[in-house]
Design a protein around this ligand. Structure first.
Ligand SMILES: O=C(CO)COP(=O)(O)O
Length: 124
């Protein structure tokens, strides 16, 4: 599967801990991320990640493009619901294109855990 990992700044530590916890799962998949999220995950794990631009510079749009092209299977996006983002339209567009194409989108850790457990139980 192609999986995208994205975290807003206040959620980056949570994302790193989450990816480390599930590193064996993530090793079996092809990983993409927005720029800073990808860098931080690679600095803290042995995973290889295809890095897009940083979110505010178009990274969410790049991931959204993959979703639109049918090249992304699962998006894990730990959003900060309490802080306004300068690139809110890009974030909304990414979530919308996931809805349009029915690509699973986990916007926080509990949903991501739930989906990973399901995938693991299906041997994916
Ligand atoms: O802003 C983001 C998602 O909207 C994340 O971007 P970075 O991973 O580059 O910080």
């Amino acid at each position: 599967m192609n999986i995208a990992l994205i975290a807003h700044d206040s959620k980056k530590q949570e994302m790193i801990a989450f990816v480390k916890k599930h590193e064996e799962f993530f090793k079996q998949h092809t990983l993409f991320a927005t720029g800073t999220t990808g860098l931080k995950i690679m600095e803290n794990t042995d995973l290889m990640i295809h890095r897009c631009l940083s979110g505010p510079y178009g990274g969410d749009q790049q991931i959204g493009g993959y979703v639109g092209e049918g090249k992304m299977d699962f998006v894990i996006f730990f959003r900060d619901p309490l802080t306004a983002q300068p690139h809110e339209p890009d974030i909304n567009a990414l979530m919308r294109v996931c809805d349009v194409h029915q690509v699973p989108l986990a916007s926080h850790q509990k949903t991501a855990e739930f989906i990973i457990k399901t995938l693991e139980s299906e041997g994916k």
